[in-house]
Design a protein around this ligand. Structure first.
Ligand code: DAH
Length: 357
C-alpha cells in the first residue's frame, strides 16, 4: 500500500500551495492542510504503525523529509509575507503631521452659562482691582441678618423665605444664606480698609417659579476706604454693564429703594436698549452706601470709613445676556439644554480677547 503513495508528487503539490498562498491567512490554511493534526503529511505519519517493520524505517524517513521541506518552505514564505504586509502598512498608513488634532472629550464638554457669566464678571471686576472673596453657604442668623442691620423682627427676614436648620439646644438656628451679603461682614471683620472685593456664590430661598429657583447665584460687591462715594458706585456699575454686555454705552437708572444694610439704597435698572429693546427697564440688583451701623458692627469707625456695596443676580444676568427664557432648567442637569446654551471649554473669557466670543 505504501508504495502507491507518490511522495515526490505530494511534496511538489504542497510546495506549490505554499508558493501560491497570497497572504498570512492563506498560508496558515496550507500549513493546517499539510502539517495539522489531520493534515496530509500527518496522516501519512499516522499510518507508519500499520506498515511491515522492514518498510517502516525508510518510509518514515521519506515522509519526514517531505515534512521538513514543507515546514521550511512555510517558514520562509511566512517571513516574506510578513515583510510585504509590513511594507504595505507603511505605504498606506502614512501620517500627515500637518493634519489638525482629532477632537477629544474636552471639546465635547460644555461650560454652564452660570459659570461662563461668573468667569466674565470676575474678569471685569479683577480688571478694576477687585479681589474675589468667599463665605460659607451655611450661615448663622447673626451673619446673614444681625450684623447686616436686619434685626429679629425686621420684615426683610420674612421676605427672604429662609431655609432654617433645626434649632440647637441654645435655641439658635443655622440657615442657608439668603444672599451673599454676609461675605461683606466676613471680609470687614478680618480685613482693614481699603477693601475692594466681589463675592459670588450660591444663595437659597424657599421660592420656585419661571424666574425663581430655591437655589440661585448672586454676586456681591464691597468697596470701603475713606473717600469712596456714590459717584464711584455708579461709575463701577456702569463700566461693569458696558463690559458685560459688550456694548459702548448703557443707559442705567438708579431707583431709590430700601435695604437695611445701605443708606441711601438704590435699585439698579438697565435700559434693554443695549439688548435691542429700548424703553424697557430691567432690574439687575440692589446697591447703596454701606450703612454706618454695618461698619460699626464690623469694628470699623463710620466717621473714618465709608464705601458702597451692591448685589446682583448672576443667573438673571446670564438669562439676559444669552436670551435664556426660563431659570429652572439651569439646574435640571439636562445635557441637551447644556449643549444648546453651554460654552466651549477652550474659550476663556478675557477682556482682551472678548468675553463671549
Ligand atoms: N442682599 C440683597 C438681596 O439679596 C441685594 C443687595 C442689595 C446687596 C443692596 C447689596 C446692596 O450689597 O447694597 O436682596
Amino acid at each position: 500500500m505504501t508504495t502507491t503513495v507518490d511522495l515526490a508528487a505530494l511534496e511538489r503539490e504542497l510546495l506549490a500551495d505554499v508558493d501560491k498562498a497570497a497572504d498570512l491567512g492563506a498560508l496558515d490554511a496550507v500549513r493546517v492542510a499539510a502539517l495539522g493534526k489531520k493534515g496530509r503529511v500527518s496522516e501519512l505519519m499516522a499510518k507508519l504503525g500499520s506498515l511491515p517493520a522492514d518498510e517502516r524505517k525508510a518510509f518514515g524517513a521519506s515522509v519526514n523529509a517531505v515534512k521538513t521541506k514543507v515546514s521550511d518552505a512555510l517558514d520562509t514564505r511566512k517571513i516574506d509575507l510578513e515583510k510585504s504586509a509590513l511594507a504595505a502598512r507603511l505605504a498606506n498608513e502614512r501620517s500627515d503631521v500637518t493634519l489638525p488634532v482629532r477632537p477629544g472629550p474636552e471639546s465635547l464638554g460644555r461650560i454652564h452659562p452660570v459659570s461662563q457669566v461668573l468667569d466674565e464678571v470676575i474678569e471685569i471686576f479683577a480688571d478694576m482691582g477687585f479681589k474675589v472673596a468667599e463665605g460659607p453657604d451655611i450661615e448663622t442668623d447673626e451673619m446673614n441678618f444681625g450684623k447686616l442691620n436686619i434685626p429679629a423682627e425686621h420684615p426683610a427676614r420674612q421676605e427672604h423665605d429662609t431655609f432654617y436648620f433645626n434649632p440647637k439646644p441654645d435655641g439658635s438656628r443655622l440657615l442657608l444664606r439668603t444672599h451673599t451679603s454676609p461675605v461683606q461682614i466676613r471680609t470687614m471683620v478680618k480685613q482693614k480698609p481699603p477693601i475692594r472685593i466681589i463675592a459670588p456664590g450660591r444663595v437659597y430661598r424657599c421660592d420656585s417659579d419661571q424666574t425663581h429657583t430655591p437655589m440661585f447665584h448672586q454676586i456681591e460687591g464691597l468697596v470701603i476706604d475713606e473717600t469712596t462715594h456714590m459717584g464711584h458706585l455708579k461709575w463701577v456699575l456702569e463700566e461693569m454693564c458696558k463690559a458685560f454686555f459688550e456694548v459702548d454705552a448703557v443707559t442705567m437708572r438708579f431707583r431709590s429703594s430700601h435695604f437695611p444694610f445701605t443708606e441711601p439704597s438704590m435699585e439698579i435698572d438697565i435700559d434693554k436698549g443695549a439688548l435691542g429693546k429700548p424703553g424697557e427697564w430691567l432690574e439687575i440688583g440692589g446697591c447703596g452706601m454701606v450703612h454706618p451701623n454695618v461698619l460699626r458692627n464690623c469694628g470699623l469707625d463710620p466717621e473714618k470709613y465709608q464705601g458702597f456695596a451692591f448685589g446682583m443676580g448672576l443667573d438673571r444676568m446670564a438669562m439676559l445676556k444669552y436670551g435664556i427664557p426660563d431659570l429652572r432648567p439651569f439646574f435640571g442637569g439636562d445635557l441637551r439644554w447644556l449643549r444648546h446654551y453651554g460654552f466651549s471649554i477652550l474659550d476663556q473669557p478675557t477682556l482682551g480677547g472678548g468675553l463671549s466670543s
